[in-house]
Design a protein around this ligand. Structure first.
Ligand code: CP3
Length: 355
């Protein structure tokens, strides 16, 4: 299938047989690691890390030196696209991402030029090429993008938001204007992910972090429909290998049947749904990623192992499960507990793959 030394992650996504369940962690390169904090404090700001291929590659690989993870995820961010569209991304200490020029009206959307992935976003492709070289075919490299809806929330709110009042106001007063933005984003995201595939990534994730704040009807109209368009625009093969696509769906457990219809290979779940329930509902169609509460990693080793066991038992026998947290790892978790977690997944899952 691939020349990777460890291809468990890809095999689980494509539902091929396994020796044990693969595991990776959202934000596995991040502030809980002292070696990340050291490089971060040298570089000054987060985006200069993303824009430097050597540093991005180094940070991508840092967690793999410590832990036997089954995948690497590119050190970058979903907000590279709005930045390349001219919105002026910056990070304010303790406040998360912000934009200098958020979208305020239709004219702002008309003005947006679709970025060329090998021009304005070339630094991302360079980071991928560098990381592939440095990984030496050990594990797959995951590429990613935000969903059109999730990117639009940051672009219109001007940063993170509590109640999403600006984008929801636009949705209810000028839906056509919002659709215009979502169309531009969908086209850009497909091109961006195709360029990532060409640059060497082995699998892609579409992060729909904020789809779960919508009504069922608006979810279909403003989020799901556009993720479907993104996936329709992907060339999911490179060098004769399939490039599986995962949709990470936060707070969207009630809509997984619809998500499974988009053509994705896997659905990433948060911790608010039982994985056995998800398997029953969509397990024939897609693989399932998840779904331990990230706060479990604050617990003592024995309790972490117990929680891992619960999820493995809940999923039951066979392939099609990628173990992960339901959202990003908290910055104040101890790396020792992460080690306990990863070892528990590998050890305790063996029996579920022996038949
Ligand atoms: O290790 C990895 O998972 C890969 C790198 C990665 C980052 N962001 C690095 C990062 C990935 C996959 C993302 C995705 C991302 N970024 C999402 C989707 C997933 C999710 O979290 O729901 C979203 C919504 C963003 C936007 C974003 N970037 C926010 C809201 C923040 C601030 C929140 C925070 O944790 O501080 C960021 C900054 C960011 N992206 C950091 C990292 C490691 C922290 C930077 C730092 O201060 O060192």
């Amino acid at each position: 299938m691939t020349k990777l030394k460890n291809d468990r992650y890809l095999r689980a996504l494509l539902k091929k047989t396994l020796d044990c369940t693969p595991v990776w962690i959202m934000r596995q390169a991040g502030r809980y690691l002292p070696e990340y904090r050291a490089i971060r404090s040298m570089a000054g700001d987060f985006m200069s890390l993303c824009k430097n291929a050597e540093l991005s590659s180094e940070l991508t690989i840092q967690p793999l030196r410590r832990f036997p993870l089954d995948a690497a995820i590119l050190f970058s961010d979903i907000l590279t696209i709005p930045d390349a569209m001219g919105l002026g991304l910056y990070f304010k200490e303790g406040e998360g991402p912000k934009f200098q020029n958020p979208i305020t009206c239709k004219a702002d959307i008309d003005k947006i030029k679709l970025p060329d992935p090998e021009c304005e976003l070339q630094y991302v492709m360079n980071a991928i090429r560098q990381t592939c070289k440095n990984l030496e075919d050990t594990v797959p490299l995951i590429g990613f993008s935000g969903s059109p809806w999730t990117l639009a929330t940051y672009m219109i709110e001007g940063g993170s938001s509590r109640n999403f009042s600006k984008i929801k106001k636009l949705m209810y007063t000028e839906p056509k204007t919002l659709h215009l933005l979502l169309k531009k984003l969908s086209a850009t995201i497909s091109k961006y992910l195709n360029a990532q595939i060409q640059a060497g990534i082995h699998s892609v994730i579409i992060f729909d972090t904020w789809g779960g704040i919508l009504t069922p009807c608006n979810y279909n109209l403003f989020s799901l429909q556009y993720m479907h368009k993104v996936i329709d625009g992907l060339s999911t093969e490179n060098d004769g290998c399939r490039i599986p696509v995962t949709i990470f769906a936060k707070n969207a457990g009630m809509w997984i049947e619809n998500i499974a219809e988009t053509g994705c290979d896997a659905i990433g779940l948060d911790w608010t749904i039982k994985i056995s329930d998800a398997k029953k509902r969509v397990g024939k169609k897609v693989a399932i990623q998840g779904n331990m509460d990230p706060s479990v990693l604050y617990a003592k080793p024995q309790r972490i192992r117990k929680e891992v066991e619960k999820i493995l038992e809940n999923f039951g026998n066979g392939t099609g499960h990628i173990f992960s947290l339901g959202h990003g790892i908290h910055p104040d978790v101890s790396p020792e507990n992460v080690s306990v977690f990863i070892d528990a997944v590998h050890e305790l899952s063996k029996v579920y793959h022996s038949k």
